[in-house]
Design a protein around this ligand. Sequence first.
Ligand SMILES: Cc1cc2nc3c(=O)[nH]c(=O)nc-3n(C[C@H](O)[C@H](O)[C@H](O)COP(=O)(O)OP(=O)(O)OC[C@H]3O[C@@H](n4cnc5c(N)ncnc54)[C@H](O)[C@@H]3O)c2cc1C
Length: 399
Amino acid sequence: MADILVVGGGVVGLSLAWDLASAGASVTLVDAAEVGRAASWAGAGILPPARAESALHPIESLRGLANRLHAEWAAALRETTGIDTGYRRCGGLYVARTAGEEASLIGLKNLFDEEKIASELLDASGCAELEPHLTPNPPVRRALWTPEECQLRNPRHLRALRVGCQQLGVRVVEHEPIVGWQHQSGRLIAARSPRQTWHADTFCITAGPWSHGLLEELQLPNGIYPVRGQMVLFRSDRPLVQAIINEGTRYLVPREDGRLLAGSTEEEVGFDARPTRSQYEDLIAFARSLVPALADVPVEAVWAGLRPASYDGMPYMGRLPGFANGFVASGHFRSGLSLSPAIARVMCDLMLERPSDVDWSMFRVDREGEAGDIQGPHGRPPSAAASVEDAGRDLEART
Ligand SMILES: Cc1cc2nc3c(=O)[nH]c(=O)nc-3n(C[C@H](O)[C@H](O)[C@H](O)COP(=O)(O)OP(=O)(O)OC[C@H]3O[C@@H](n4cnc5c(N)ncnc54)[C@H](O)[C@@H]3O)c2cc1C
């Protein structure tokens, strides 16, 4: 019997398992499909800047902690597994091409100043000096340069976490969807998959958008639901931009080998993780409108993933109401990758009863709101494994 059963092996579950095992816990991680192949694999790997000490929002203080840990974890994973996760400080450029975007940019600059995050406003020529291939049509009016923005390569990071977990004795079990629970007198006894019963002392649900159904099985209404994001991968023989280029909710992420990611969309389409022509063609047009040299660069792949969103924009983290030994960490929407080491660390502190100054009340499953009203496409997934498999299997190690 494991001390701790982690249900779901995306970046959140793998990070938690790694941190728990590093602290000496005996951990089993079960996944409905392959670990590290769902949204965590599909994402762009952007790590926006944040400072824990001067953050104005609890998520930004988590992000500040995460940014410190990302640097430490990348070095530790490289040393122990030999895998370079692609963690790099490449900087971020936020561009404005319309008057409305320019106004938002000034707002963002003010926010960064208040949170003591380094940034510099650039005019069109300053922007062109920094990124000569960025000659968009329509042109950039202003840009904001953030030198502390980082990136990592998701497939590599996930592979390193998996190897790291196995090195520390974590039992990783794949193709075992948890479908129900056994519980008694306010304690979880076991999780059930179709083939087996998984006993443990402590349980944590980290199943991305599928956490919704697993919580519902415990009569815990919640507002977690899937939001599809699509991605396009260009393959150039050399990097055309150096920094992550952000415009509104869309972005370009350059990799050192010349590949470039263009993302992403936000679509409420239930548990359908298939890319669609209209959306990825829109992303291709967006990318080429920012960097005209991409017109001659072939598209290597397109894919989509399902972000775990929540009805009020806040994640669900902490102890499960009514179950002393049950925990959840899910619903991190567009920030699950960037927050992941901090999520793991604060959850690890809570589960191992170490001191913590996190205010868990805002992340509670039973916080006030309309969680119980979320139904329809946001309801219980018909089949976790089928949806996960659609997310683009053959692209391991490319992005
Ligand atoms: C296109 C796109 C771009 C993104 N870009 C970024 C970015 O740049 N930066 C950032 O921070 N975030 C980004 N995100 C968001 C980020 O990817 C997610 O927030 C994060 O991956 C969520 O991780 P997770 O571990 O909670 O869930 P997932 O990655 O969805 O993992 C959940 C796991 O649980 C398993 N599972 C499901 N049901 C069960 C069950 N019943 N039993 C057992 N296991 C189960 C699944 O098989 C899966 O492996 C992006 C997302 C997308 C789609």
